[in-house]
Design a protein around this ligand. Structure first.
Ligand SMILES: O=C(O)c1ccccc1NCC(=O)[C@H](O)[C@H](O)COP(=O)(O)O
Length: 204
């Protein structure tokens, strides 16, 4: 069963949508200056009203390690997703401090990018086209990946079924594709999850 992650939530209304629709993961973006940014304090408030069965993921770009560790330790987030130039020693240190799952995001432009990703010490990879750009990358670059990975970048209700059937990722991650006018859209999240469920049914 391919897992579903809805990224970039920032309001109580967004949380009410996912509480009703039950994805496996949601993401909070902790990069100041981004349209989807949420403060640690607001994320803690939203975590408190998020269903306990849904795991929250913190999205970071070159964040000081102590800030990531604090959010994991207070259980505002259950996983950390690293999108910047965090090297292997950063991930190993975070893991030894917090013992929580780490997702490392890689922008995929070539087969070499995939090879590099496979060497990184993390629990999951996230293969992406950018930082929430709403654009896909060339999926044919994905082959021989012996590590669980999330497929991200430009997924939406219309293409996610094909993505799951072709690529069989551990999880799919979406942000722009379930938004209207830069806000999460209940109907689009519902359609995205239904398309994933249909693909999962076909694959199993
Ligand atoms: O969404 C952001 O603004 C963002 C900022 C900094 C780092 C990562 C960011 N998003 C990462 C995600 O996890 C997105 O869900 C992923 O890139 C897919 O986005 P989209 O193509 O919009 O579905």
């Amino acid at each position: 069963m391919t897992k579903i992650k809805i990224c970039g939530l920032k309001s109580a209304e967004d949380i009410s949508y996912v509480n009703a629709l039950n994805p496996d993961y949601i993401g909070f973006v902790f990069l100041q200056g981004r349209q989807r940014y949420i403060s640690p304090k607001d994320a803690a408030t939203l975590r408190a009203i998020l269903k306990p069965t849904i795991q929250s993921v913190g999205i970071f770009v070159n964040e000081p390690l102590k800030n990531v560790a604090a959010l994991l330790e207070t259980e505002t987030i259950q996983l950390a997703q690293l999108h910047g130039r965090e090297d292997a020693s950063y991930a190993l240190k975070l893991k030894s401090l917090c013992h929580k799952p780490i997702i490392k995001a890689f922008i995929i432009k070539s087969k070499e990018d995939i090879k590099q990703a496979l060497d990184y010490p993390c629990d999951y990879l996230l293969l992406d086209n950018g930082l929430g750009t709403g654009e896909t990358f060339d999926w044919s670059l994905i082959c021989d990946i012996h590590k669980p990975f999330f497929l991200a970048g430009g997924l939406n209700p219309a293409n996610v079924k094909e993505a799951i059937e072709k690529i069989h990722p551990f999880g799919v991650d979406v942000s722009s594709g379930v938004e209207t006018n830069c806000r999460k859209d209940y109907q689009k999240i519902k359609a995205f999850i239904e398309a994933c469920t249909a693909a999962n049914r076909k694959c199993n």
